[in-house]
Design a protein around this ligand. Structure first.
Ligand SMILES: [Zn+2]
Length: 155
């Protein structure tokens, strides 16, 4: 039976986004992004909390992409631009990811907005850590909008 079941992670390869974003989503779904949680598993973590919010929350993928006040602020702004549905937050990042994409239905446009939003939050997090830039909801939403429009022109 398991052999006949297609992996839920296959959805990311069919999205109408850049290959970089598809690879990012594949890593996110498989919990392979080097968040503080994954670094801690590899004994290289500095134990730093999430850099995107002031909640001092432990940085794992579920927090970063679904629970963090930063992603919620970004996604609320994106929803006003795109009419996308709310993020679906469950007990795991895999289920939250699949459920959030399912909430977009078969609308390639909404799926692209969601994929690009998650990608841009990841790059914002990385820029904050490695380039010491300040996190900005407005700047992140502007980048998401620019990237999503580029994807939508390809649809
Ligand atoms: Zn946070």
């Amino acid at each position: 039976m398991a052999g006949k079941t297609r992996s839920p992670s296959l959805f990311c390869w069919k999205l109408k986004v850049r290959p970089t974003v598809k690879i990012f989503l594949h890593l996110l779904f498989n919990n392979r992004l080097l968040t503080q949680q994954q670094l801690q598993r590899r004994h290289v973590s500095l134990g730093n909390p999430c850099v995107l919010c002031s909640a001092q929350a432990f940085e794992d993928s579920l927090h970063l992409f679904f629970q963090c006040p930063f992603i919620n602020g970004v996604w609320n702004a994106v929803r006003q631009l795109s009419n996308a549905p709310s993020l679906v937050v469950t007990h795991s990042v895999q289920q939250s990811l699949v459920s959030s994409f399912l909430a977009c239905g078969s609308d390639n446009r909404l799926q692209a907005w969601l994929a690009v939003s998650l990608w841009c939050v990841w790059t914002e997090r990385n820029n904050s850590i490695f380039r010491h830039t300040a996190c900005s909801t407005a700047a992140t939403v502007a980048r998401i909008s620019q990237e999503a429009m580029a994807c939508l022109r390809l649809l």
